[in-house]
Design a binder for this molecule. Sequence first.
Ligand SMILES: [Zn+2]
Length: 240
Amino acid sequence: MLKAGAGRVSRPPIYERVVREGQKPHALFLTCADSRIDPELLTQSGPGEIFVCRNIGNLAPAYGEMLGGISAVIEYAVTALQVSQVVVCGHTDCGAVKGLLHPEPLSAMPTVKSWLRNAEAALSVVQARNTAPDESAALRELIDENVVLQMSHLRTRPSVAGRLARGILAVSGWVYDIATVMCMSTMNSAGSSSRRKIRLRPWTAVRVRQNDLAQGPQPGQDVALMLGVPSPCCWRTTSP
Ligand SMILES: [Zn+2]
């Protein structure tokens, strides 16, 4: 019955266009495998607009550490698809980050435990800083710091570093708040180590469009300005 019903559904024209023209995503969106995250919904993107890479903890191993599927996705996105932006998107209540803070349950998951080693440096930073007043604050700090670490890992990759140096690629870091459906953007880089935080308005969707990239920040597009993403990169907010 389901099969018969599905056959009568007509596809929106966008699907015909992306089949005809192929994919031309403008961003690589690297985020956690957590089932509560919907990258297309979060960025208000349609088919063909963002190249998505998901794994536990939104990790991007440093170059040479683990050359596998994640490395291939990153290399393909920047080299073959020539995306102009890479976003590392962490999120609140991340089980992977919780596992870093409390690794005891990971003894039954040796593969996950090994994978999370790619985030251990972030844990070291948070522990050394020792500024979190409680458990939830420590978790939040570690989620942020993990995004920063993975952004730095991206810059160790020749395919990424070269494009950053040429100014044709930008790397941004976001933290998505599942509870409030807000995107707590945290930092940006195009070789810069500057880091800022911004809380978007509730229910504000972040829309990423190729056309926006050439226009630079526009009035009302405070997200791009506050993130400090250098022109011509622009993360445009839509009205709630
Ligand atoms: Zn997660």
